[in-house]
Design a protein around this ligand. Structure first.
Ligand code: PHE
Ligand code: ZN
Ligand code: ZN
Ligand code: ZN
Length: 296
């Protein structure tokens, strides 16, 4: 299987990636996952038929980390629908809800949709060093060429989508609750509405959450790219109203293991994760075939 995956990776578009690897982005050392490496996340994506495109470096004084970025094989490269989740955790714990949940959810969608012909191109990013200040996503956006920036039609972010005491939260792209939180770039409201429609169709309640840049969508928002995403709550406290909507326990944190050692494999609500994975798949399919994307 690994051999077959290798053939898939390299039989198309190799030249483009070789250009990138030769330092277009000014990277000190860039490697791509190839057959025989132990880079598990990249190999999984390759095996799914997506193209392992590039790992960019995020350098700090002490460490170099890597984003993992995979493009679907099909679709117009000038119309990129970008989904992302951070793959790192805080050093204190394994980070299963924060953010194994979002990473696993987009990986499932990549595995399912990566091989299918689509109109627009899907890009899946597994960001590094979010917990150190959105470093991986900042680095990526800061190093995008003007052309690549223009090609990026929207960005969807998934950080903590399986909180044990969850609420189904949609990034409030238009500040519709009027709290005065920043509204996203034009088109962000349409992304919010698509997620609302999905939950409505499943008769699931949902709430908005401030679009305040506290995750990897921040740099995309700042670059004017229509953005959206989902969240099930972190250290915040569930309200009585939310208990009525979602069950769980009011007065307690959405994730009482947030940024702790106990954010392990038991720290996931399966229903929340499944519902959000469906929402991600729905958005990916919708935007993969859309002739008019949000903000257009
Ligand atoms: N980015 C935060 C973290 O990883 C979690 C978070 C996501 C908080 C979205 C608010 C909104 O710790
Ligand atoms: Zn975190
Ligand atoms: Zn996070
Ligand atoms: Zn809103």
């Amino acid at each position: 299987a690994a051999g077959a995956a290798g053939a898939i990776i390299f039989n198309e578009g190799q030249q483009d990636r070789t250009d990138l690897l030769n330092g277009t982005l000014g990277e000190p050392s860039v490697t791509i996952p190839v057959v025989g490496t132990t880079f598990a996340a990249g190999q999984e994506l390759s095996a799914a038929g997506t193209v392992a495109r590039l790992k960019t470096d995020t350098t700090s004084a002490v460490k170099t980390t890597h984003n993992v970025i995979a493009d679907s094989r099909w679709g117009d490269p000038k119309k990129v629908v970008h989904l992302g989740a951070h793959l790192d955790s805080v050093p204190e714990g394994p980070g299963i809800n924060d953010n194994g949940s979002g990473s696993a959810a987009i990986l499932e969608v990549a595995r399912t949709l990566g091989k299918i012909p689509t109109r627009n191109k899907l890009r899946f990013s597994f960001w590094s060093a979010e917990e150190f200040g959105l470093l991986g996503a900042e680095h990526y956006v800061a190093n995008l060429s003007a052309q690549e920036l223009a090609n990026t039609k929207l960005y969807l972010n998934f950080d903590m989508v399986g909180s044990p005491n969850y609420a189904l939260k949609i990034y409030d792209g238009d500040d519709s609750d009027g709290e005065g939180a920043p509204a996203g770039p034009a088109g962000s409201d349409q992304i919010e509405k698509l997620f609302e429609k999905y939950f409505d169709a499943l008769r699931q309640k949902h709430v908005g959450t401030d679009f305040d840049g506290r995750s990897d969508y921040g740099p995309f928002m700042d670059a004017g790219i229509p953005s959206g995403g989902l969240f099930t709550g972190a250290e915040g406290i569930k309200t009585a109203e939310e208990q009525k909507m979602f069950g769980g326990t009011a007065g307690q944190a959405y994730d009482s293991c947030y940024h702790q050692a106990c954010d392990d494999i038991s720290n996931i609500n399966d229903k929340a994760l499944a519902l959000n994975t469906g929402a991600i798949a729905t958005a990916a399919v919708t935007y993969a075939y859309a002739t008019k994307l949000p903000g257009e």
